[in-house]
Design a protein around this ligand. Structure first.
Ligand code: SF4
Length: 118
């Protein structure tokens, strides 16, 4: 079966055709597209970005993301865990919010610095 994809590895957005049996990739303008196309039909991964609640800051929420891409198949499970989190200010950029989320080996980290309100 041929799967049609758009490569998201750079803004060029090449239209890829991936043979799901042979994993042959056509339409890519560079090797990254071939790697992406193969991964998309075998084990698709994504970086998840979201926000979590914060107490003790003048901002009600803090932006977070997975430190690296995680299996797309676990996105909802991971979002459930992210939605359970409430941070307490101060929060630093890169602070681990969830360690090894859903046993993926990947941490969820804060991407915004929030000071504690006096
Ligand atoms: S195949 Fe290469 S050039 Fe094309 S979108 Fe992907 S990364 Fe960019």
């Amino acid at each position: 079966m041929i799967k049609n994809l758009i490569c998201i590895q750079c803004p060029r957005g090449c239209h890829l055709e991936v043979d799901t049996e042979t994993l042959e990739v056509k339409g890519n303008s560079c090797p990254r597209g071939a790697t992406y196309g193969k991964a998309e039909v075998t084990n698709p991964i994504r970086t998840i970005t979201s926000t979590v609640k914060v107490e003790g800051s003048d901002m009600p929420r803090c932006s977070v993301r997975t430190a690296s891409p995680v299996p797309k198949s676990q996105m909802f499970e991971i979002m459930d865990e992210i939605n359970k989190v409430t941070l307490t200010a101060p929060v630093e950029v890169g602070q681990v919010v969830i360690h090894d989320v859903c046993h993926t080996g990947v941490d969820v980290i804060a991407t915004k610095r929030l000071e504690k309100i006096a």
